[in-house]
Design a protein around this ligand. Structure first.
Ligand code: PLP
Length: 377
């Protein structure tokens, strides 16, 4: 008998890997120095740890360590990138292109920038959740200073054609920002090969701690400028002032190294579990949103024929953790903006559940879930 406590909400957050926790602990206890303290070994030890982590994160993304800036997570990275790029380039142009299926951190920051004088073009995906690169071609101009496209969607797992998009963005000397928060650790991301200029990530989405993240900012060909939005001691190359969160940074680096090493194993495992769960869910009746698109190996957005999301949650909440959308959207009323943009009806959206699997899930958990759903269905 398995313990009925099944976690399938890994796109919301993940369990910290034991090795990540182990790596972090000394930085709360004996190695508690501030990396800005240049005069003693406590500071040097902290600085060494920060350098190691910067290299670990850079190795995951195939960039230089100097191109990584530590932040408190993806939300801060997104604010820093979008506001900072707008402020650095607003004399060149004031147009931004993004999509209607971004995370609220991007959408709310774009709204803020509209109040600051930006003109933001919001592109709709097709019914499979894909942004057609031709759409970008049709709105981009020499006034476009920034194009923000999510790499993989948090609700559906749909992966955007970032490489094709980057070609268009660069042909007009604009900057491509990609929110890779959900893609990191699940699929290989090589910022150089994909043509991404700026990217954000959050450690807690890939078995690291909460409250720590990073931004990748291209240093050459071309060098991207970001004006700081935080002022103070000038840490992180003057871009992000404030004492560094050393235990968090150590945890982020360790998590990055582990997911890099485990990438293909975790891909195969979650893909196998997802395929099994999808097969069983389809037998129960319903449809997979974004089914024919390239998707993350772990994510299913499933619209049931026979359950409303409310009924599903009621039936399963004693043993299952899933979500009706993204964690942030589920605290708000109303249907998912992502599903709506894909043309999913309000009624269908109300019958949609997001299953997001992780490396700790098992086939027994999937079998148990299906048994429970079949019982008195
Ligand atoms: N972007 C995406 C795609 C996300 O899924 C999330 C978190 O759900 C974020 C940004 C924000 O991450 P954080 O809350 O760690 O800042």
């Amino acid at each position: 008998m398995i313990k009925p406590n099944i976690y399938m909400d890994n796109n919301s957050t993940t369990k910290v890997d034991d090795l990540v926790l182990e790596a972090m602990l000394p930085y709360f206890t004996e190695k508690y120095g501030n990396s800005s303290s240049k005069q003693h070994s406590f500071g040097w030890i902290a600085e060494e740890a920060v350098n190691k982590s910067r290299n670990q994160v850079a190795a995951l993304l195939n960039c230089e360590a100097e191109e990584i800036i530590f932040t408190s997570g993806a939300t801060e990275s997104i604010n820093m990138a979008l506001i900072g790029i707008f402020n650095a380039y607003k004399t060149k142009g004031n147009e931004i292109i993004t999509t209607t299926t971004e995370h609220p951190a991007v959408l709310a920051t774009c709204k803020h920038l509209e109040n600051e004088g930006a003109i933001v073009h919001y592109l709709n995906p097709d019914k499979n959740g894909i942004i057609n690169p031709e759409l970008i071609k049709s709105v981009i101009s020499d006034k476009t200073i920034l194009v923000c496209i999510i790499l993989a969607n948090n609700e559906t797992g749909v992966i955007q054609p970032i490489y094709e998009i980057s070609k268009i963005v660069h042909s007009l000397n604009s900057i491509l920002f990609s929110d890779a928060t959900q893609a990191i650790g699940k699929i290989p991301i090589d910022v150089k090969a994909l043509g991404i200029d700026v990217l954000c990530l959050s450690a807690h989405k890939f078995y690291g701690p909460k409250g720590i993240g990073a931004i990748y900012k291209r240093r050459k060909n071309p060098r991207v400028a970001i004006k700081p939005i935080m002022f103070g001691g000038g840490q992180e190359n003057d871009l992000r002032s404030g004492t560094l969160n050393i235990p968090g940074i150590v945890g982020l680096g360790q998590a990055a190294e582990i997911v890099k090493n485990e990438m293909s194993l975790n891909y195969d495992k979650t893909n196998y579990l997802r395929e099994n769960l999808e097969k069983e869910l389809l037998i129960l009746g319903g449809k997979i949103n974004g089914k024919s698109s390239q998707r993350l190996p772990n994510t299913i957005s499933f619209t049931f024929n026979n359950f409303t999301a409310e009924k599903f949650i009621k039936k399963t909440k004693s043993f299952l953790a899933v979500s009706t959308g993204s964690a942030c959207a589920s605290t708000k009323q109303g249907i998912s903006h992502v599903l709506k943009a894909m043309g999913v009806s309000e009624e269908e959206a109300k019958s949609t559940i997001r299953f997001s699997l992780g490396k700790n899930n098992t086939i027994e958990e999937i079998n148990y879930l299906i048994e429970q759903l079949n019982a008195e269905n």
